[in-house]
Write a protein that binds this ligand. Structure first.
Ligand SMILES: Nc1ncnc2c1ncn2[C@@H]1O[C@H](COP(=O)(O)OP(=O)(O)OP(=O)(O)O)[C@@H](O)[C@H]1O
Length: 346
Protein backbone atom coordinates (compact mmCIF):
# COMPACT_ATOMS: atom_id res chain seq x y z
CA UNK A 1 0.00 0.00 0.00
CA UNK A 2 1.16 3.55 -0.76
CA UNK A 3 -0.34 6.37 1.30
CA UNK A 4 0.13 10.11 0.90
CA UNK A 5 -1.18 12.26 3.71
CA UNK A 6 -1.50 15.97 2.96
CA UNK A 7 1.73 16.04 0.95
CA UNK A 8 2.94 19.36 -0.48
CA UNK A 9 6.11 20.36 -2.28
CA UNK A 10 7.13 23.98 -2.70
CA UNK A 11 10.10 25.23 -4.70
CA UNK A 12 11.03 28.75 -3.55
CA UNK A 13 7.47 30.07 -3.48
CA UNK A 14 6.15 27.88 -6.33
CA UNK A 15 3.80 25.12 -5.12
CA UNK A 16 4.34 22.07 -7.36
CA UNK A 17 2.26 19.63 -5.26
CA UNK A 18 -0.51 21.01 -3.07
CA UNK A 19 -1.92 19.03 -0.11
CA UNK A 20 -2.28 15.72 -1.89
CA UNK A 21 -3.78 12.76 -0.01
CA UNK A 22 -4.64 9.30 -1.33
CA UNK A 23 -4.04 5.65 -0.70
CA UNK A 24 -3.66 2.74 -3.14
CA UNK A 25 -3.63 -0.96 -2.16
CA UNK A 26 -0.73 -3.37 -2.70
CA UNK A 27 -0.63 -4.45 -6.38
CA UNK A 28 -2.50 -1.37 -7.67
CA UNK A 29 -1.55 0.34 -10.93
CA UNK A 30 -1.86 4.03 -10.13
CA UNK A 31 -1.58 6.55 -12.96
CA UNK A 32 -0.77 10.19 -12.20
CA UNK A 33 -2.45 12.00 -15.08
CA UNK A 34 -2.44 15.68 -15.95
CA UNK A 35 -1.14 18.40 -18.25
CA UNK A 36 2.44 19.60 -18.35
CA UNK A 37 3.56 21.28 -15.13
CA UNK A 38 0.74 19.91 -12.93
CA UNK A 39 3.18 18.25 -10.51
CA UNK A 40 3.21 14.60 -11.68
CA UNK A 41 6.98 14.15 -11.85
CA UNK A 42 7.46 15.94 -8.53
CA UNK A 43 5.06 13.48 -6.89
CA UNK A 44 6.92 10.53 -8.41
CA UNK A 45 10.29 11.96 -7.35
CA UNK A 46 9.03 12.25 -3.78
CA UNK A 47 7.96 8.59 -3.88
CA UNK A 48 11.38 7.62 -5.25
CA UNK A 49 13.17 9.70 -2.60
CA UNK A 50 14.73 12.12 -5.11
CA UNK A 51 12.78 15.06 -3.60
CA UNK A 52 11.77 15.76 0.00
CA UNK A 53 8.15 16.77 0.73
CA UNK A 54 7.83 20.28 2.20
CA UNK A 55 4.97 19.04 4.39
CA UNK A 56 2.89 15.89 4.85
CA UNK A 57 3.79 12.22 5.09
CA UNK A 58 4.43 9.35 2.69
CA UNK A 59 4.05 5.71 3.77
CA UNK A 60 4.87 2.46 2.00
CA UNK A 61 2.70 -0.10 3.83
CA UNK A 62 2.87 0.85 7.52
CA UNK A 63 6.35 2.32 7.16
CA UNK A 64 6.80 6.09 7.20
CA UNK A 65 9.34 6.84 4.48
CA UNK A 66 9.22 10.64 4.29
CA UNK A 67 7.89 13.32 6.60
CA UNK A 68 7.73 17.01 5.74
CA UNK A 69 8.96 17.84 9.23
CA UNK A 70 12.34 16.39 8.17
CA UNK A 71 12.32 13.88 11.05
CA UNK A 72 12.13 10.89 8.74
CA UNK A 73 13.56 10.35 5.26
CA UNK A 74 14.34 6.88 3.95
CA UNK A 75 17.01 7.19 1.21
CA UNK A 76 16.11 6.04 -2.35
CA UNK A 77 18.18 2.84 -2.26
CA UNK A 78 16.38 1.64 0.89
CA UNK A 79 12.81 2.14 -0.37
CA UNK A 80 12.50 -1.08 -2.40
CA UNK A 81 11.32 1.00 -5.38
CA UNK A 82 12.57 0.81 -8.99
CA UNK A 83 12.39 3.80 -11.32
CA UNK A 84 12.23 4.07 -15.11
CA UNK A 85 12.43 7.42 -16.90
CA UNK A 86 11.54 8.62 -20.36
CA UNK A 87 15.25 8.60 -21.22
CA UNK A 88 16.58 5.06 -20.96
CA UNK A 89 19.74 6.11 -19.08
CA UNK A 90 21.68 2.95 -19.95
CA UNK A 91 25.44 2.79 -19.47
CA UNK A 92 26.82 2.95 -23.04
CA UNK A 93 30.03 1.06 -22.18
CA UNK A 94 28.19 -1.90 -20.63
CA UNK A 95 26.40 -4.69 -22.50
CA UNK A 96 22.68 -5.27 -22.06
CA UNK A 97 23.39 -7.98 -19.46
CA UNK A 98 25.95 -5.70 -17.77
CA UNK A 99 23.41 -2.89 -17.49
CA UNK A 100 20.84 -5.21 -15.91
CA UNK A 101 23.50 -6.60 -13.58
CA UNK A 102 24.60 -3.19 -12.31
CA UNK A 103 21.93 -2.54 -9.59
CA UNK A 104 22.24 -6.18 -8.43
CA UNK A 105 26.00 -5.75 -8.05
CA UNK A 106 25.51 -2.49 -6.12
CA UNK A 107 23.01 -4.26 -3.84
CA UNK A 108 25.68 -6.90 -3.09
CA UNK A 109 23.80 -9.92 -4.49
CA UNK A 110 25.78 -13.15 -4.99
CA UNK A 111 26.99 -14.09 -8.51
CA UNK A 112 24.44 -16.92 -8.64
CA UNK A 113 21.53 -14.66 -7.62
CA UNK A 114 22.62 -12.07 -10.16
CA UNK A 115 22.80 -14.57 -13.01
CA UNK A 116 19.32 -15.90 -12.20
CA UNK A 117 17.80 -12.40 -11.87
CA UNK A 118 19.39 -11.20 -15.14
CA UNK A 119 18.08 -14.23 -17.05
CA UNK A 120 14.59 -14.01 -15.56
CA UNK A 121 14.18 -10.31 -16.28
CA UNK A 122 15.63 -10.61 -19.83
CA UNK A 123 13.18 -13.46 -20.50
CA UNK A 124 10.25 -11.41 -19.17
CA UNK A 125 11.08 -8.57 -21.57
CA UNK A 126 11.96 -10.88 -24.49
CA UNK A 127 15.52 -9.55 -24.87
CA UNK A 128 17.68 -12.59 -24.00
CA UNK A 129 19.12 -12.59 -27.54
CA UNK A 130 20.48 -9.06 -26.98
CA UNK A 131 22.46 -9.92 -23.81
CA UNK A 132 25.90 -9.25 -25.29
CA UNK A 133 25.07 -6.15 -27.36
CA UNK A 134 25.82 -2.60 -26.31
CA UNK A 135 23.06 0.06 -26.04
CA UNK A 136 24.37 1.73 -29.21
CA UNK A 137 23.72 -1.50 -31.10
CA UNK A 138 20.00 -1.85 -30.28
CA UNK A 139 16.86 0.14 -31.17
CA UNK A 140 15.08 2.70 -28.95
CA UNK A 141 12.28 0.24 -28.19
CA UNK A 142 14.82 -2.44 -27.24
CA UNK A 143 16.69 0.06 -25.05
CA UNK A 144 13.46 0.79 -23.18
CA UNK A 145 12.99 -2.97 -22.64
CA UNK A 146 16.52 -3.13 -21.19
CA UNK A 147 15.74 -0.22 -18.86
CA UNK A 148 12.60 -2.08 -17.70
CA UNK A 149 14.54 -5.35 -17.23
CA UNK A 150 17.14 -3.47 -15.17
CA UNK A 151 14.37 -2.01 -13.02
CA UNK A 152 12.65 -5.33 -12.27
CA UNK A 153 15.82 -7.43 -11.77
CA UNK A 154 16.17 -6.54 -8.04
CA UNK A 155 12.43 -7.43 -7.60
CA UNK A 156 11.22 -4.05 -6.33
CA UNK A 157 7.95 -4.01 -4.35
CA UNK A 158 7.10 -0.69 -6.03
CA UNK A 159 7.69 0.24 -9.67
CA UNK A 160 7.80 3.93 -10.59
CA UNK A 161 7.49 5.05 -14.22
CA UNK A 162 7.97 8.61 -15.49
CA UNK A 163 6.50 8.86 -19.02
CA UNK A 164 8.46 5.74 -20.07
CA UNK A 165 6.87 5.48 -23.52
CA UNK A 166 7.04 9.04 -24.76
CA UNK A 167 10.18 8.50 -26.84
CA UNK A 168 8.65 5.58 -28.74
CA UNK A 169 6.64 5.73 -31.96
CA UNK A 170 2.86 5.16 -31.87
CA UNK A 171 2.97 1.44 -32.80
CA UNK A 172 5.68 0.64 -30.26
CA UNK A 173 3.81 2.57 -27.58
CA UNK A 174 0.77 0.33 -28.00
CA UNK A 175 2.98 -2.78 -27.85
CA UNK A 176 4.83 -1.53 -24.75
CA UNK A 177 1.58 -0.62 -22.98
CA UNK A 178 0.63 -4.28 -23.27
CA UNK A 179 4.11 -5.36 -22.08
CA UNK A 180 3.95 -3.06 -19.06
CA UNK A 181 0.54 -4.37 -18.03
CA UNK A 182 1.92 -7.92 -18.34
CA UNK A 183 4.98 -6.98 -16.28
CA UNK A 184 2.80 -5.43 -13.62
CA UNK A 185 0.69 -8.59 -13.33
CA UNK A 186 3.70 -10.93 -13.37
CA UNK A 187 5.63 -9.05 -10.66
CA UNK A 188 2.62 -8.15 -8.47
CA UNK A 189 4.46 -4.91 -7.61
CA UNK A 190 2.49 -1.74 -6.88
CA UNK A 191 3.04 0.59 -9.85
CA UNK A 192 2.90 4.36 -10.09
CA UNK A 193 2.96 5.68 -13.64
CA UNK A 194 3.24 9.31 -14.72
CA UNK A 195 1.74 10.40 -18.04
CA UNK A 196 -0.11 13.22 -19.75
CA UNK A 197 -1.55 10.70 -22.22
CA UNK A 198 -5.05 9.82 -21.10
CA UNK A 199 -5.21 6.76 -23.39
CA UNK A 200 -2.26 5.25 -21.49
CA UNK A 201 -4.02 6.05 -18.23
CA UNK A 202 -7.34 4.57 -19.29
CA UNK A 203 -5.85 1.33 -20.64
CA UNK A 204 -3.39 0.47 -17.87
CA UNK A 205 -4.64 1.96 -14.59
CA UNK A 206 -6.54 0.41 -11.73
CA UNK A 207 -6.61 3.88 -10.11
CA UNK A 208 -6.10 7.32 -11.67
CA UNK A 209 -5.23 10.58 -9.91
CA UNK A 210 -6.07 13.47 -12.24
CA UNK A 211 -3.87 16.44 -11.29
CA UNK A 212 -4.26 20.11 -12.08
CA UNK A 213 -2.00 22.83 -10.66
CA UNK A 214 -0.58 20.44 -8.07
CA UNK A 215 -3.97 19.38 -6.67
CA UNK A 216 -6.02 16.24 -7.20
CA UNK A 217 -9.09 17.01 -9.31
CA UNK A 218 -10.37 13.43 -9.04
CA UNK A 219 -9.02 10.15 -7.71
CA UNK A 220 -10.98 7.29 -9.21
CA UNK A 221 -11.13 4.23 -11.44
CA UNK A 222 -10.82 4.87 -15.21
CA UNK A 223 -14.49 3.95 -15.70
CA UNK A 224 -15.74 6.35 -13.05
CA UNK A 225 -13.65 9.20 -14.47
CA UNK A 226 -15.48 8.75 -17.76
CA UNK A 227 -18.91 8.06 -16.31
CA UNK A 228 -18.83 10.60 -13.48
CA UNK A 229 -16.28 13.38 -13.96
CA UNK A 230 -16.04 15.41 -10.74
CA UNK A 231 -15.10 18.64 -12.50
CA UNK A 232 -15.19 20.36 -15.86
CA UNK A 233 -11.41 19.93 -16.04
CA UNK A 234 -11.70 16.12 -15.80
CA UNK A 235 -14.59 16.01 -18.30
CA UNK A 236 -12.53 18.02 -20.80
CA UNK A 237 -9.35 15.98 -20.24
CA UNK A 238 -10.33 12.29 -20.25
CA UNK A 239 -12.12 10.25 -22.90
CA UNK A 240 -11.44 9.66 -26.59
CA UNK A 241 -12.51 12.22 -27.65
CA UNK A 242 -12.95 14.20 -24.41
CA UNK A 243 -16.50 15.44 -23.75
CA UNK A 244 -17.71 18.80 -25.11
CA UNK A 245 -18.03 21.49 -22.43
CA UNK A 246 -20.62 23.99 -23.55
CA UNK A 247 -20.97 27.44 -22.14
CA UNK A 248 -24.35 27.95 -20.37
CA UNK A 249 -25.62 31.40 -19.41
CA UNK A 250 -28.72 31.79 -17.32
CA UNK A 251 -30.32 28.56 -18.54
CA UNK A 252 -29.31 29.01 -22.19
CA UNK A 253 -26.96 26.76 -24.21
CA UNK A 254 -24.22 28.94 -25.75
CA UNK A 255 -25.99 31.86 -24.00
CA UNK A 256 -28.66 31.82 -26.73
CA UNK A 257 -30.68 28.56 -26.80
CA UNK A 258 -33.07 28.47 -23.82
CA UNK A 259 -33.71 24.99 -22.33
CA UNK A 260 -35.86 24.00 -19.30
CA UNK A 261 -33.24 21.27 -18.55
CA UNK A 262 -30.75 24.07 -17.77
CA UNK A 263 -33.15 26.25 -15.75
CA UNK A 264 -31.29 28.86 -13.68
CA UNK A 265 -27.86 27.38 -14.50
CA UNK A 266 -24.76 29.34 -15.45
CA UNK A 267 -21.45 27.58 -16.03
CA UNK A 268 -20.85 24.68 -18.40
CA UNK A 269 -22.78 21.61 -19.56
CA UNK A 270 -21.20 18.35 -20.68
CA UNK A 271 -22.27 16.73 -23.95
CA UNK A 272 -20.39 13.66 -25.14
CA UNK A 273 -19.52 13.50 -28.84
CA UNK A 274 -21.85 10.54 -29.32
CA UNK A 275 -24.78 12.49 -27.83
CA UNK A 276 -24.89 15.05 -30.66
CA UNK A 277 -26.62 14.20 -33.91
CA UNK A 278 -25.49 15.89 -37.13
CA UNK A 279 -27.96 17.42 -39.59
CA UNK A 280 -27.79 19.26 -42.91
CA UNK A 281 -30.46 21.85 -42.01
CA UNK A 282 -31.63 23.94 -39.03
CA UNK A 283 -34.24 22.77 -36.48
CA UNK A 284 -35.27 22.56 -32.84
CA UNK A 285 -32.25 22.33 -30.44
CA UNK A 286 -29.80 22.64 -33.35
CA UNK A 287 -26.76 24.88 -33.44
CA UNK A 288 -25.19 26.03 -36.70
CA UNK A 289 -21.52 25.11 -37.16
CA UNK A 290 -18.77 25.25 -39.76
CA UNK A 291 -16.98 21.99 -40.50
CA UNK A 292 -13.34 22.13 -39.31
CA UNK A 293 -11.95 18.59 -39.48
CA UNK A 294 -13.04 14.99 -40.06
CA UNK A 295 -10.99 12.15 -38.52
CA UNK A 296 -11.84 8.55 -39.51
CA UNK A 297 -12.01 6.35 -36.39
CA UNK A 298 -12.89 2.65 -36.19
CA UNK A 299 -15.53 2.71 -38.93
CA UNK A 300 -16.96 6.04 -37.77
CA UNK A 301 -15.87 9.65 -38.21
CA UNK A 302 -14.96 12.20 -35.58
CA UNK A 303 -16.35 15.51 -36.78
CA UNK A 304 -14.85 18.71 -35.40
CA UNK A 305 -16.70 21.91 -36.11
CA UNK A 306 -16.85 25.51 -34.96
CA UNK A 307 -19.95 27.40 -33.78
CA UNK A 308 -20.51 31.03 -34.80
CA UNK A 309 -19.40 32.10 -31.31
CA UNK A 310 -16.10 30.26 -31.85
CA UNK A 311 -16.67 27.15 -29.72
CA UNK A 312 -15.12 23.95 -31.02
CA UNK A 313 -17.52 20.98 -30.87
CA UNK A 314 -16.91 17.29 -31.54
CA UNK A 315 -19.53 14.81 -32.72
CA UNK A 316 -19.53 11.30 -34.18
CA UNK A 317 -20.82 10.71 -37.71
CA UNK A 318 -21.91 7.23 -38.76
CA UNK A 319 -21.29 5.99 -42.33
CA UNK A 320 -19.54 7.74 -45.19
CA UNK A 321 -22.16 10.30 -46.30
CA UNK A 322 -20.83 13.60 -47.58
CA UNK A 323 -20.64 16.33 -44.93
CA UNK A 324 -21.25 19.87 -46.12
CA UNK A 325 -19.25 22.79 -44.82
CA UNK A 326 -22.33 24.18 -43.04
CA UNK A 327 -23.64 21.72 -40.42
CA UNK A 328 -26.20 21.67 -37.61
CA UNK A 329 -25.41 19.81 -34.36
CA UNK A 330 -28.53 18.78 -32.45
CA UNK A 331 -28.29 18.89 -28.66
CA UNK A 332 -29.46 15.92 -26.54
CA UNK A 333 -32.62 16.27 -24.40
CA UNK A 334 -30.48 17.04 -21.35
CA UNK A 335 -26.76 17.40 -20.59
CA UNK A 336 -24.84 14.46 -19.06
CA UNK A 337 -23.46 16.75 -16.36
CA UNK A 338 -23.47 20.38 -15.25
CA UNK A 339 -20.53 22.30 -13.79
CA UNK A 340 -20.62 25.66 -12.02
CA UNK A 341 -18.60 28.69 -13.06
CA UNK A 342 -15.60 27.42 -11.06
CA UNK A 343 -15.79 24.04 -12.84
CA UNK A 344 -17.20 22.03 -9.90
CA UNK A 345 -19.90 19.43 -10.60
CA UNK A 346 -23.39 20.50 -9.59
N1 LIG B 1 13.61 21.71 -9.10
C1 LIG B 1 12.65 22.61 -9.32
N2 LIG B 1 12.79 23.91 -8.99
C2 LIG B 1 11.79 24.81 -9.17
N3 LIG B 1 10.59 24.50 -9.69
C3 LIG B 1 10.38 23.22 -10.04
C4 LIG B 1 11.38 22.20 -9.88
N4 LIG B 1 10.88 21.02 -10.33
C5 LIG B 1 9.62 21.29 -10.77
N5 LIG B 1 9.33 22.59 -10.59
C6 LIG B 1 8.05 23.26 -10.93
O1 LIG B 1 7.01 22.54 -10.31
C7 LIG B 1 5.87 22.43 -11.17
C8 LIG B 1 5.53 20.97 -11.40
O2 LIG B 1 6.57 20.37 -12.17
P1 LIG B 1 6.56 18.83 -12.57
O3 LIG B 1 7.83 18.54 -13.32
O4 LIG B 1 6.28 18.00 -11.37
O5 LIG B 1 5.31 18.79 -13.55
P2 LIG B 1 4.85 17.63 -14.54
O6 LIG B 1 3.38 17.52 -14.37
O7 LIG B 1 5.64 16.40 -14.31
O8 LIG B 1 5.19 18.27 -15.95
P3 LIG B 1 5.71 17.55 -17.33
O9 LIG B 1 4.58 16.68 -17.78
O10 LIG B 1 5.93 18.72 -18.23
O11 LIG B 1 6.94 16.80 -17.00
C9 LIG B 1 6.22 23.20 -12.45
O12 LIG B 1 5.71 24.50 -12.31
C10 LIG B 1 7.75 23.21 -12.42
O13 LIG B 1 8.24 24.33 -13.08
Amino acid sequence: MITLDNVSKRFSGNTAVDQVSFSVPQGAFLVLLGPSGCGKSTMLRMLAGLDHPTSGQIRFGDKLIADGSGDMFVPPAERGAGLVFQSYALWPHMTVAGNIDWPLKVAGCSAQERRAAINTSMDMLGIAQLANRYPGEISGGQQQRVALARMIAPKPGIMLFDEPLSNLDATLRVEMRFELTKLHRATGATSVYVTHDQVEAMTMASHVAVLNHGRIEQFDTPNNLLANPASAFVAGFVGTPPANLINVEDGKWFGTLEDPALKGHSGTAMVRAEEFSIHAGPGHRRIACTLAEVVPMAGQRLVQSMTESGQRLTAIAEGNGLLSERLYFELPASPSALFDQKGARV
